[in-house]
Design a binder for this molecule. Sequence first.
Ligand code: CP
Length: 323
Amino acid sequence: MKQFISVKDVTDINALVKQALAYKSNPLLDKTLGVNKRIGLLFLNPSLRTRLSTQVAAQNLGMEPIVFNVDKEGWALEFSEGAVMNGITVEHIKDAAPILGNYFDILCIRTFPSLQNRTDDYSEKIINQFIKYAGIPVVSLESATLHPLQSLTDIITIQESIALNKNLTNKKPKIVLSWAPHIKPIPQCVANSFSEWVNAWGEADFVITHPEGYELDTKYTHGANISYDQSAALQDADFVYIKNWSSYNDYGKVLSADASWMLTNTKLALTNNAKVMHCLPVRRNVELSDEILDGPNSIVTQEASNRVWAAQAVLANILGSLS
Ligand code: CP
């Protein structure tokens, strides 16, 4: 694996999941693979799970991780070609990224979308310039449009849950991605990425449900059934993935925060005793109810814990490709 930006960088999803679960059983299985290799983790936005799980994963492989909070501690970066830098930006990505490429063996980056300019966001203007100018393998810790480490984790968690549930081992699982209310504009990254990975995995009946106006880019959702009727979508679901996102068509807008879309135990009763997933952080009693998060069907903690094994499998594959 030369980089990890989307599911397109993965040749065999099931093999990667198997490798991740092998690390879960034996975290130090490849403890010397990354000895004398240094990994830079750059954050242009906040993080709890991604930052810590990727550090733990790197250390399990013997690597030295260095975290840099670019947004708080670095110079303000400029990403526009030909910019006259007489404003707030201090350093051009063309000058900064090659230096990072010399300091590190692998570069991991978290960016976020502006939610103002869809063309810029969906061209992945920021992460693509790190890839272009750093000259070393780049791992997305969430970009403007995708969150592949989260999505790999989600497939790992679904496969792990299927293996533990006799009622699910001989059937195609029904997975429902449901929009949930939120008070502010949230990126489409997790929903795009989850859709792309479930479709690429191809081993589930996949339904996406949201209010009208919250349609995602069909580039990612193609292959899923889309429903505006949440109750119909939830019927017989084995997994329900809850996530808010802002509008893609009316870009970055919150069109409604309809509280009736929040998952409750009454709605969960429509499902096949579904496991409930969320990438976290979650706003309790806005996006997801206490009764669901504190109840027996929630697997959000297991899901977040699996972030380590997803990152470890990806980093091991990239280390394997370094000369
Ligand atoms: N799910 C996730 O990416 O969490 P953090 O934003 O805390 O990293």
